[in-house]
Design a protein around this ligand. Structure first.
Ligand code: PEP
Length: 251
């Protein structure tokens, strides 16, 4: 099955508007002509509009989160429609930092996916086990629950644009990349799980990204794995040159 690679950079709480524009101008030049990989940037909410104004056609944008309601008395929140209006095509949902620090539960993640789909934003569902989960041999039960609850009550057509990002929490921002054996084992487990929940054809076209200390030096071996269809990159996406090397992993 032909799955177009997706390489996404999550800037987290980094870069104001002018820094975002400066980055995109530099990065746009560095990835000029790259069309065989889908390139995605997830700047902070405040930079999305100007980022979109300056984005070349081969770079798409994602939000790092969104709220479940379209409007109302929800101080500090950003609605799916607002995200869409900035020009975003995707929304990252359930990132481990949102789960750890900002109260994202599996059921809230499910509602956020629903909210993104309702306006046509493509959801990137992030899942991953902690170091403790792995030490206790709970990796697969944790991932199983995150996927089943996160995707509960959706049909295949609701999820036609879904992307899953497997991000072991112990590998995020730590410099500790999961071994290629672990990554392939988990990705193939996830593809089988999705096939059981839906159909084979759906599971075969689904893109599953790996995230956790991806850098120019390890991206190629990760992307060579059968069930890895892209990467979600934090730290190494903050520098345009470094991130362009990841995007150009094919050489
Ligand atoms: C992330 O936060 O999604 C991530 C993968 O971060 P890093 O690349 O810095 O490990």
């Amino acid at each position: 099955m032909d799955r177009k690679p997706l390489i996404a950079g999550n800037w987290k709480l980094n870069k104001n508007c002018s820094e975002s524009v400066e980055y995109i101008k530099k990065f746009g030049e560095l990835v000029k002509g790259v069309n065989d990989v889908e390139i995605l940037l997830a700047p902070p909410f405040t930079s999305l509009y100007v980022a979109n104004e300056n984005c070349p056609d081969n770079i798409n944008l994602s939000s790092q989160d969104l709220y479940i309601n379209e409007n109302g008395a929800y101080t500090g929140q950003i609605s799916p429609g607002m995200v869409l209006e900035t020009g975003c095509k995707y929304a990252i949902i359930g990132h481990s930092e949102m789960r750890q620090f900002f109260g994202d539960t599996d059921s809230l993640v499910n509602e956020k996916i629903k909210a993104s789909i309702s306006v046509g934003l493509k959801p990137i569902l992030c899942i991953g086990e902690t170091e403790k989960d792995r030490d206790l041999n709970n990796t697969f039960s944790v991932l199983d629950k995150q996927v089943r609850k996160g995707l509960e009550s959706f049909s295949e057509s609701d999820l036609k644009d879904l992307v899953i990002a497997y991000e072991p929490v112990w590998a995020i921002g730590t410099g500790k990349t999961a071994t290629i054996e672990i990554v392939q084992e988990v990705h193939s487990y996830l593809r089988d799980l999705i096939a059981k929940m839906f159909h084979n054809e759906f599971s075969e076209q689904l893109r599953i990204l790996y995230g956790g200390s991806v850098k120019p030096s390890n991206v190629s071996e990760l992307m060579n794995l059968e069930d890895v269809d892209g990467a979600l990159v934090g730290g190494a996406s903050l520098d345009p040159l470094e991130f362009s090397k990841i995007v150009k992993f094919k050489g």
